[in-house]
Design a protein. Structure first.
Ligand SMILES: C[S@@+](CC[C@H](N)C(=O)[O-])C[C@H]1O[C@@H](n2cnc3c(N)ncnc32)[C@H](O)[C@@H]1O
Length: 523
């Protein structure tokens, strides 16, 4: 390494490399005994690679947009936008594999890269724009998602306790493990991208199944823990690269043969991570590449649960007090009642509460367009199996891993082993009465919002039954609006914490761990 200062205007920083080669390595010879050189000339920061011989071709890199990833102790890859000579032509990304002579030289290069990059970014931020050029600093993710929501979201996933909660959902993690290992022919010798890698667990499964290389992309601080966990499994670590960043923004050195991800939120779509999964597909997956999971289905059926209805309605009774320390609260009763009924309920319920067989809506992850997830409109039509009061719509989801060897479903259905997603119920503030055989129609309309969730508009109607039905009149109709972001986690109701519960681990919903911790402390 050598640093040469040539007065105020020019400065450069050279590193000797064992070799460098442009990816894919088969199409470009490796240049041995090479030099990497950072420099500033008249305020412009540059990175160039060239062979030691004078006549060798020089590869220019725009350091302000380049990213550097460690592939091993003495091997790294530098991803940058393509360039032609000094004119940057931003059309596609390019990877340059770098081999260092020693681990120390590799570390020193990485350190210098970060310093020169921040200089370059600062300089370009202060530079004048070319005529007609627009600064588009917001990525697809940033332009859709409110900054405060994204901050809280990645803060949440950056904590090990929340990753542990998902890892301890053995139905979930065990199904992923089985789906990968039983379909090892889909992974052996393949390039895999783990979309939202979290702790890196799915990357480790893919490496166990024989993947040639796994790129584990994770936007939150969890990326550092994933790196640690992967390094702690040295037989797999050589084939996994953790990349910290959003799948909407990072560049990868090669295309993937298969994507693996766990992008499912409550009711499949909450958190809006399916959109990131689809963006990753369009950015990184080879044509006809595989996706694990491959499809998702939302299932819906009307339910009857008098007990739940009364419980929710009673919550608003507090606001019926006319003398609360001398204050009449009743003017807020109506708003409180509406507020409680705008919360979808998350819990595990007995499937015998369902009033008719379920219908389903399928989302094919391999072909759905990202924009199609902004608004999901599902017409409802059921035949009641008995005479009862319908209190709303119960929903759950499943996903399919369409492996070449085994097709495996991960289900969150009522009556199946409970997962941390439980099921979701949207309660109508005005229930409807039905007779056996009566048709229930309606609409389940979900509209995405910029806090990474959906507003749900539910309408359910009971059609006229018996005499006069042929005139097609509607007898009763009931509509409600819900915010999927603000569910009522019914499982977090104060419960006595007993040792027997401890021995049969409970899978908790995301927002519930803190509640339980408080209950345990108070017990
Ligand atoms: C539901 S967790 C799954 C974690 C891990 N794959 C597992 O199965 O245990 C989703 C992870 O994706 C990450 N994530 C969400 N959106 C992302 C995005 N746009 N780019 C990169 N990571 C993202 C989150 O930070 C979180 O760690």
């Amino acid at each position: 390494m050598m640093e040469v200062s040539l007065g105020q205007k020019q400065k450069h920083h050279e590193f000797t490399l064992l070799s460098f080669s442009l990816l894919p390595s088969s199409s470009s010879p490796s240049c041995s005994s090479a030099v990497a050189c950072f420099s500033t000339e008249c305020g412009a920061t540059k990175l160039q690679f060239h062979q030691k011989s004078e006549s060798a071709e020089v590869v220019h890199v725009d350091i302000s947009t380049a990213q550097l990833f460690k592939l091993g102790p003495v091997k790294s890859v530098c991803i940058s936008e393509s360039s032609e000579g000094n004119r940057m032509v931003k059309s596609y990304s390019r990877g340059i594999t770098l081999r260092f002579r020693t681990e120390d030289e590799s570390k020193a290069f990485h350190c210098a890269f970060e310093q020169w990059k921040s200089k370059a970014v600062d300089a370009s931020a202060g530079a004048c724009l070319e005529n007609g050029k627009v600064v588009t600093s917001k990525s697809k993710f940033d332009s859709k998602v409110e900054a405060a929501s994204a901050k809280m979201y990645f803060h949440y996933y950056g904590q090990l306790l929340h990753q542990q909660n998902m890892l301890q959902d053995y139905v979930r993690t065990g199904t992923y493990y089985a789906a990968v290992i039983e379909n090892r022919t889909d992974f052996i010798g393949r390039v895999v991208v783990d979309v939202g890698a979290g702790s890196g667990i799915l990357s480790l499964f893919a490496a166990q199944a024989g993947a040639k290389h796994v790129y584990a992309v994770e936007a939150s601080e969890m990326a550092e823990y994933a790196q640690k966990l992967i390094a702690g499994n040295p037989s797999l670590a050589q084939r996994i690269t953790v990349i910290k960043g959003k799948v909407e923004e990072v560049e990868l050195p090669e295309k993937a043969d298969i994507l693996i991800s766990e992008p499912m939120g409550t009711l499949l779509v909450n958190e809006r991570m399916l959109e990131s999964y689809v963006i990753a597909r369009d950015r990184f997956l080879v044509p006809k590449g595989k996706m694990f999971p491959t499809i998702g289905r939302i299932h819906m059926a009307p339910f009857s649960d008098e007990y739940l209805y009364v419980e929710v309605a009673n919550k608003a009774l507090f606001w019926q007090q006319q003398n609360y320390f001398g204050v009449d609260l009743t003017s807020l009763y109506g708003s409180a009642f509406q507020g409680y009924f705008s919360q979808p309920v998350v819990d595990a319920f007995d499937p015998r509460l369902l009033v008719s067989p379920a219908i389903s809506h399928t989302i094919d992850f391999t072909s759905v367009k990202e924009e199609e997830l902004y608004e999901i409109d599902i017409p409802l039509s059921f035949i009641a199996s008995g005479g009862t009061r319908v209190h709303g719509l119960a929903c759950w989801f499943d996903v399919l891993f369409n492996g070449s060897t085994v097709q495996r479903w991960l289900t969150t259905a009522p009556g199946s082993p409970t997962t941390h997603w439980y099921q979701l119920r949207c309660i109508l503030s005005q229930p409807i009465y039905v007779m056996a055989g009566q048709e229930i129609t309606g609409r389940f309309h979900m509209v995405a919002h910029n806090a990474q969730s959906y507003t749900i508009y539910l309408t359910m109607s009971a059609k006229m039954y018996g005499a006069g039905a042929d005139q097609g009149g509607i007898l009763q109709t009931s509509s409600c609006k819900f915010d999927l972001k603000e569910p009522y986690y019914r499982m977090s109701q104060p419960q006595a914490y007993t040792w027997s519960q401890d021995q049969q681990p409970h899978q908790l919903g995301h927002a519930q761990e803190a509640d339980l911790a408080v209950e345990v402390e108070l017990a």
